[in-house]
Design a binder for this molecule. Structure first.
Ligand SMILES: Nc1ncnc2c1ncn2[C@@H]1O[C@H](COP(=O)(O)OP(=O)(O)OP(=O)(O)O)[C@@H](O)[C@H]1O
Ligand SMILES: [Mg+2]
Length: 353
């Protein structure tokens, strides 16, 4: 079983930290962000969870505008609801000047129905994420403290769903006829049911349409994001789980789904592992044995994926100092594992020599 290599983990441009609810994603994403920043990587830590995880852990208010929380480290906390408001407002602003006064109520109705359509918040969130991913000048590394796995998987439904989402907001089945004819009028010849069809045959901005040009720019941005997510040198996914049956099963499913989409998996990190002393403490002994069974199963299930273990700490991970402490532990575990494997390599080389 290979160990997770911290250096190469942080060498990526995009690191997604995923896993079931409550397994330690935020603690680990925040710690990795601190480590990366200390090692000179200009890092942006992003949370897409409305539960204000990052604000809580760093005990500083964070919001949709990035805020510097340490040298080389900025953080941003996105709210899906707010992102949707902003997204719809930007579409409204784009379209309004081109819509005849009589058509404006249809546009407003369309935007309202979009607001309540399934997946709209995620689409808006994704919109923002693709912008963040485009900020290549400002940051070397983006770390996503992602929402629980199911949500993440939908976010990563590459790239067709992404394009469909971006197109879908303006081309839903239930859209008003008025708006459809408006779009058709603005860009004659374009298939209104599939405005993003055959993109490879078009140059960016080729439509010259004031309404469709921003859609095309969006589509290009989504395609860049999808390309980056599936480029294994740029992006990788770190799974966090606890040594319990359900997290193991869920992680297995998520790893499979992501691998099938060509996303690189940097490793599975097992968190909250009981120390061996638990053997001597009453009911903890049984828990320890259950954990060991799951850990052995995890090694078997993820045999091709680097793995690591992080012990259960005495204290919850809270405040800057708490994150620093946790980060030290994590650094030791991951760097220590690397050293061990280097040493093991050396001694076997020595033995062979
Ligand atoms: N190794 C550990 N030892 C002790 N406490 C831990 C450890 N890892 C995480 N915790 C604590 O467990 C709780 C959950 O951790 P965290 O918030 O990082 O999980 P999460 O996966 O981000 O949860 P959510 O899915 O709700 O966002 C926190 O109180 C955190 O301080
Ligand atoms: Mg969290």
């Amino acid at each position: 079983m290979a160990s997770i290599d911290l250096q190469s983990l942080l060498r990526h441009r995009l690191l997604m930290v995923g896993g079931k609810g409550g397994v330690g994603k935020t603690s680990i994403a925040a710690s990795l962000a601190l480590i990366a920043a200390k090692r000179g990587r200009r890092t942006l830590l992003v949370s897409t969870d409305p539960a204000h995880n990052l604000s809580d852990i760093f005990q500083v208010p964070l919001g949709p505008d990035s805020k510097t929380i340490a040298h080389n480290l900025d953080a941003v906390e996105l709210s899906p609801e707010r992102e949707l408001d902003e997204y719809l407002e930007s579409i409204r602003k784009q379209m309004l000047p081109h819509v005849a006064v009589g058509m404006r109520p249809a546009l407003e109705r369309q935007l309202q129905s979009t607001r309540h359509s399934p997946g709209a918040e995620e689409a808006a969130l994704l919109e923002r994420i693709t912008y963040l991913m485009d900020q290549r000048e400002e940051y070397d590394l983006l770390i996503f403290d992602t929402a629980p796995t199911g949500h993440t998987l939908r976010l990563l439904s590459l790239p067709q769903t992404m394009a469909a989402w971006s197109a879908g907001l303006l081309a839903q089945k239930q859209r008003s006829k008025g708006l459809a004819s408006l779009l058709a009028h603005l860009d004659p010849g374009r298939d209104i049911n599939n405005p993003l069809a055959e993109p490879e045959k078009r140059q960016p901005g080729a439509s010259n349409s004031p309404v469709l040009a921003p859609m095309e720019a969006r589509e290009q941005r989504f395609r860049r994001a999808a390309k980056c997510l599936t480029d294994t040198t740029e992006s990788t996914f770190l799974f966090v789980m606890t040594p319990e049956r359900l997290p193991l099963l869920e992680t297995g499913r998520a790893v499979k789904a992501l691998s099938e989409k060509g996303v690189s998996i940097a490793g599975v990190l097992c968190n909250r592992v009981l120390p061996p002393q638990a053997e001597t403490v009453g009911f903890l002994k049984a828990v320890l044995h259950q954990q060991r069974t799951v850990l052995a199963e995890s090694e078997r299930v993820f045999k091709k994926i680097p793995q690591g273990q992080l012990a259960l700490m005495e204290n919850a991970v809270a405040g800057r100092e708490g994150v620093e402490l946790f980060a030290k532990e994590l650094e030791q575990v991951l760097d220590g594992a690397l050293k061990q494997s280097v040493e093991a390599g050396r001694s076997s080389a020595d033995a062979a020599g």
